[in-house]
Design a binder for this molecule. Structure first.
Ligand code: NAD
Ligand code: ZN
Length: 260
């Protein structure tokens, strides 16, 4: 096992303990947050630099902002789409994709991220058409897609023009297919994720501060069903106390050491 070097990373014994738990688990589910994409250069909302034209994402990525001023919200998402096109999956996304491909079976990855980097890593690791096992359940949506704000029809995103994009079916306003602050998550997706977690022996929680509900309840479903939690995060979170092992380190270093 290659132990990541540098200060403050997890010790060999912590990595071995986590690795034993993973080997001993029949079913593993992974839950990821913005932290797994940090090493790809995607800023987390809470990090400094999470500002755009003096707007805070928490004030911009809201349903009320979209209803009040769709143009500004659209421009921000257009900027994020352009920015994400310059980012690549990192070693953390890749190691997780290889691990899930090796294990096979139904989907076992739940992400709060909308950046599409898990899907890109799965395609790169598996070739075209990766199996479900490595494809994420995207409970907060996908920034690369549009959805009609009126009838819900989904469509491939198009570049933003002078007029705001409209639905081909009903003429309603289109919007990025992501969950905005102030909106409910898709109930069916969330139920699938909860069900996966409740049936898992182990939940691997990576790069999420685990404060945003209902996503934060997913690892608890594993715990309450008698399974355990392994956390990968450079900092302690509200979930750390409940984890069997907390690996302090960056996902891009810890995941290859843990999973490959
Ligand atoms: P968050 O609540 O998911 O917190 C980020 C966590 O990642 C923190 O606990 C931090 O310690 C940890 N972290 C930082 N660097 C890491 C690394 N290299 N490896 C592992 N962990 C690392 O994130 P948030 O940014 O406050 O986001 C709130 C909501 O917005 C979430 O739903 C989030 O997924 C979404 N969001 C998504 C993206 C994306 O799609 N990439 C980006 C920003 C925010
Ligand atoms: Zn429509």
């Amino acid at each position: 096992m290659r132990v990541p070097h540098g200060d403050g990373g997890p010790s060999r014994s912590e990595l071995e303990r986590a690795s034993e738990l993973i080997r001993g688990a029949d079913r593993v589910v992974a839950l990821t947050g913005a932290g797994i994409s940090a090493e790809s250069g995607v800023p987390t909302f809470r990090d400094a630099g999470g500002l755009w034209r003096n707007h805070r994402p928490e004030e911009l990525a809201t349903i009320s902002a979209f209803e009040r001023d769709p143009r500004t919200v659209w421009e921000w998402y257009e900027w994020r789409r352009g920015f994400l096109a310059t980012c690549e999956p990192n070693e953390g996304h890749r190691a997780l994709a290889r691990f899930l491909l090796r294990r096979g079976g139904p989907a076992a990855l739940v992400t709060q991220n909308v950046d599409g980097l898990h899907t890109r890593a799965a395609i790169e690791e598996a070739g075209e058409g990766p199996p479900d096992a490595a494809l994420p359940i995207e409970i907060h949506g996908a920034i690369a897609r549009d959805r009609c704000n009126r009838c819900g029809m989904r469509a491939e995103a198009e570049p933003l023009g002078d007029s705001l994009p409209r639905c081909a079916e009903c003429g309603g306003l289109r919007r990025p297919d992501v969950v905005l602050f102030g909106e409910m998550l898709d109930g069916a997706l969330l139920a699938r994720a909860q069900d996966l977690a409740a049936r898992a022996d182990l939940c691997l929680v990576i790069g999420t501060s685990a404060v945003v509900y209902p996503a934060a309840a997913i690892p608890l479903a594993t715990l309450h069903a008698g399974g355990s939690i392994v956390e990968v995060n450079p900092r302690a979170t509200d979930l750390t106390g409940a984890a069997a092992v907390a690996l302090r380190g960056a996902a891009g270093e810890v995941l290859p050491a843990l999973l490959d």
